[in-house]
Ligand binder design. Sequence first.
Ligand code: DGT
Ligand code: CA
Ligand code: CA
Ligand code: ZN
Length: 643
Amino acid sequence: MAGSSWTLPKPRANGPPYFSRNQVSNALHQMAVLLELSGANMFRVRSYQNGSRLIGSLSQDLGELVASGEIFELKGIGKGLGTAITQSVGEGNWPEDWINLHQTTPQGLIEMLGIPGVGPKKIKMIHEELGVLSVADLQEACVKNEVAPMKGFGAKSQQKILDGIDLLARFSARRRLDIGLRYGQTFLSMILKLDGVERAELAGSARRRKETIGDLDIVAAVKPEDVERVTNEILSMKGIADVKGAGDSKVSVILDTSIFEEGFSLGHLDANVLDAIGGESYEQLESGGTIDAQVRLVPAHVFPYTLAYFTGSKEHNIRMRQAAQDRGLKLNEFGLMPETELTGLEAARTSLPAEDESDIYSHLGMDFVTPELREDMGEIEASAVGQLPDLITLSNIKGALHNHTTLSDGEASLEQMADAAQRMGWNWLGIADHSPTLQIAHGASAEDLLDQHRTMQKYNKEWEDSGVDFKLFSGVESDILEDGKLDHPDDVLAQIDYVVASVHAMGRWRSRDESQNTEDLLKCLEHPATTVLGHPTGRILQGRDGYEIDLHTILEHMSEANKEGELKAVELNASPYRLDLDWRLCKRAKELQVPVVINPDAHSVQGLGDIDYGVMIARKGWLEESDILNSLGREEITRRLNG
Ligand code: DGT
Ligand code: CA
Ligand code: CA
Ligand code: ZN
């Protein structure tokens, strides 16, 4: 990974143990890889691998094992490794030969390790035979078809390497919201547990719920006298792959998946999505991934100001500073104060007090702006005149229209999905399995679809008779075919409750121009059976861009249709891989009064939980309860779908 460091960590304390269990385990793992790259004997490589695993999973304290010499009694730690560990942990010096190997291994070869599907053995061969020294060299060699002819490679594996390089480049820069939040919330909860941390919050793009996160930012309130100890405790936490810097008010680290107590898995993935992000390679990349994080430690009285500053966005901050200037004040990460010669925390002593961020806004004559809205997209103006939206919340959601069962590519049965929806407190659930054309997702035949419809009617009758406030709706996720046609005959579509129309043949749609795509989508939307436009651009975050489409025109047409009494809703696909409709366009849909339906596109029971991410993005897009179709209760949605 681009983020992770391959230098041996510096000793961190003034006495033994100089390195943590995690750091030693990492160093051993890296040694195994470097040894393999250098062509060392496999027995030696394996002894480092085993040592890494053993130390990483120790239940005893490594410092004590070293101090007592018991380290040599551990099965799997030979004399050589035992001595090396004793010297590093006990004295703070890594062995000479470890340092040498790190220094002599070309940096480019280490970067190549980040390419999914490319291990040390292959890198060594490519390096020796082709003189490749960097990811860029390797890409060039593949393009020139120099890798395929090598023994043990071939055209297919050459293409896989090219795809992997592409994936690595996209992946290294930013991480998806779900992943960023997973790291961020885990790290935050560990920091909150430390003695001396009075409060702490996630800031930056994660707090603003951006669809992807560059790095994590955390702000913590800590008394000056506790800063050094808290800093050291953060640096020795599990999950810290490397330390980039630690000063007296800021800690910069790289986190890896060992931060997750319960391990790291991605759960059941939609085949379409998985395909777009590189299949197994992607899972490998994700589980071997890292994310950068910065923690700022400040005294409690400046905490709200620091939190507001590092929450951003930069654009929002600029407007806030302007608003302060308009009142003759200066706003920065330390406070809100009259212009002064003093700087930093010194100047903060003259700041207006703030218990919370809302006090800062109120000093400036503004309503509190929720972090999701802080993008300078109109929130500054709205908050100054008390016109901020009353945003949708998870508890407003009563059901959803786009979900899959085992009838197509879902993992759970109709019964399991209905049961899960009830347990979530929903009052209705719409099932929209794939249509026949989509073979990769086992699209269901008309016959099976109608069968499922009858089963739902049976359950609905039972619930109605026994007074249960729950109902199933039968839909279909129809592929949009050539010329905007739907994938079932009209008489079939007329029998079910609704159609989610989505594009899946991405290759074809992406090869066409915007006007052709827009025209076909408009045709499809004109079909009386079409109720919802599913994942409107087809983008897969970090996987592939969507097809060219003029969504403004589409939304305007949908707006007209709604004014004429039809129901044409646009989906906000809540899968964290999609988040499509983009939040920047949600506000436009709202202005045009096109209903938005937040759909988890669940392919499993757990998948229903993705609704959270959809709500986050809907909030970011200014949407209120009245803008969201699936905030309607059972009876109202029945009327809307049958109307
Ligand atoms: P990211 O990490 O790329 O997903 O996005 P952010 O928004 O988390 O950006 P980051 O981590 O560079 O900085 C966190 C916040 O700190 C940012 O949203 C606003 C604030 N900030 C950072 N640099 C500047 C700056 O030069 N000017 C202003 N006004 N604010 C800044
Ligand atoms: Ca950030
Ligand atoms: Ca940052
Ligand atoms: Zn779907």
